[in-house]
Design a protein. Structure first.
Length: 417
């Protein structure tokens, strides 16, 4: 009898516990359904995106910039141009050549645009920080609109007004897919250069880049590989309609061919001035250069071959032996990691002439090049178009600019001798 009573009591307790578990499960399901349906718990989700009635609209959505009597409208749907790539990859040359076009204005690096984009990326990486922004009502839409407006103001107003606006901040293209959201009609030029030449330039010129150990070729080549892989992948993602990879070497070897392709990509008419950017530097309505950018001393010269293979003979042999493993993007981008020196191609005569003129200028300015004297004799003195009255003792003597000199000689801006 006692055993029967105990068994009955146990069964009743088990039954009550089963009912309690069932009730807890039902309540849990109801709470989940309410959460999914209402966007939060009944007590209120602190990170729920608020819903507002009405809409804030700027009073003047059509913003203008004036130059003389011309008025240019700028807005986030305009076809902006963004130039980027790993620093020391030819971004400054590219922007200078585009700046020489009558309808384009790029201007100096802002350094601000990539920092803003990087700040937004750091917010997104931190769930805690992003939740705080959501709690304050700073949704994706709010942040995107604010960043687009800020970036547009910086690009539009840090230089002269122009029909087509351009920005050159190398690492901006690390945020290419996001910029595509902000500026749906923008186009991107990704400058690509042999990573060995890029890294040698970074190290030899002591260009400080966050995360790069500029005393170590191996580290810099690995960081170059990561950076260009990131940007190249984004370029492929946004598609060939909006992003054009441009190889620095081909731009230098064949400037006319490459610039015609670039201008067609940007929906710009051909302008011969892009081949003579050095003539527009410092002139009203021309090209403005920064005194603190490391490439300024190079882009004041016409397009030339001097920087193509400067890296040869400077990279340690053990790193050259491991190059294919250290920087696999070299092969992917069409470079031979084993070629030392490399063969980038045969330059146009126009570029050879520019290079020779640059050497002559260096000699006249007291900076002799080892082959400059040969250049003097072969390309100037023996040229039938060069007036013999300027040749004295196998040297060029140009006491003043001779208006009768053929254009190919006047373009080199020979200093007084």
């Amino acid at each position: 009898m006692l055993t029967l009573k105990v068994t009955t009591m146990v069964h009743r307790k088990i039954g009550r516990h089963s009912n309690l578990r069932f009730l807890i499960i039902i309540v849990g399901i109801l709470l989940v359904v309410m959460y999914l349906h209402n966007g939060g718990w009944p007590c209120g989700n602190p990170y729920k995106i608020p819903e507002y009635k009405g809409k804030m609209v700027p009073k003047n959505e059509g913003v203008t910039a004036k130059k003389d009597d011309e008025i240019y409208y700028y807005h986030k749907n305009m076809p902006l141009i963004f130039i980027g790539g790993v620093p020391r990859s030819g971004t400054t040359l590219m922007r200078a050549m585009l700046d020489a076009h009558g309808e384009v204005r790029c201007g100096e690096e802002t350094r601000l645009v990539p920092r803003l984009l990087g700040m937004r990326q750091s917010w997104k990486r931190s769930q805690k920080e992003w939740n705080r922004l959501m709690e304050a009502g700073l949704t994706d839409e709010v942040i995107n609109d604010a960043l687009a407006a800020f970036i547009l103001e910086v690009i539009a107003k840090h230089g002269e007004p122009a029909p087509r606006l351009c920005n050159k901040d190398p690492f901006t293209l690390k945020s290419m897919t996001y910029l595509r959201e902000l500026f749906p009609n923008a186009k991107y030029i990704l400058m690509v250069r042999d990573g060995r030449a890029t890294v040698h330039s970074i190290i030899s010129r002591k260009v400080t880049i966050s995360g790069f150990d500029i005393t170590n070729y191996r580290d810099c080549l690995q960081k170059w590989n990561l950076a260009i892989e990131n940007m190249y992948a984004q370029c492929m993602q946004v598609g060939q309609t909006y992003c054009l990879p441009v190889h620095y070497e081909q731009l230098v070897l064949h400037p006319e061919k490459e610039m015609k392709k670039i201008l067609e990509f940007l929906d710009l008419k051909w302008d011969e001035s892009v081949l003579h950017h050095e003539e527009a530097i410092g002139k009203p309505g021309g090209i403005s250069l920064s005194k603190v950018e490391r490439s300024t001393d190079q882009v004041v010269k016409p397009v030339n071959l001097d920087a193509l293979t400067n890296w040869v003979g400077h990279i340690p042999q053990d790193i050259l032996d491991d190059m294919a493993y250290i920087a696999p993007m070299l092969s992917r981008l069409g470079y031979d990691p084993k070629a030392n020196p490399p063969n980038y191609g045969t330059p146009d005569k126009f570029v050879i002439d520019n290079t020779n003129r640059a050497k002559v200028q260096g000699l006249l300015a007291g900076k002799p090049d080892k082959s400059a004297h040969e250049t003097y004799i072969k390309d100037y003195i023996e040229d039938p178009g060069f007036p013999k009255k300027h040749v004295v003792d196998a040297k060029i003597r140009v006491p003043d600019r001779d208006p009768k000199l053929p254009p190919r000689f006047r373009r080199d801006i020979l200093p007084k001798y």
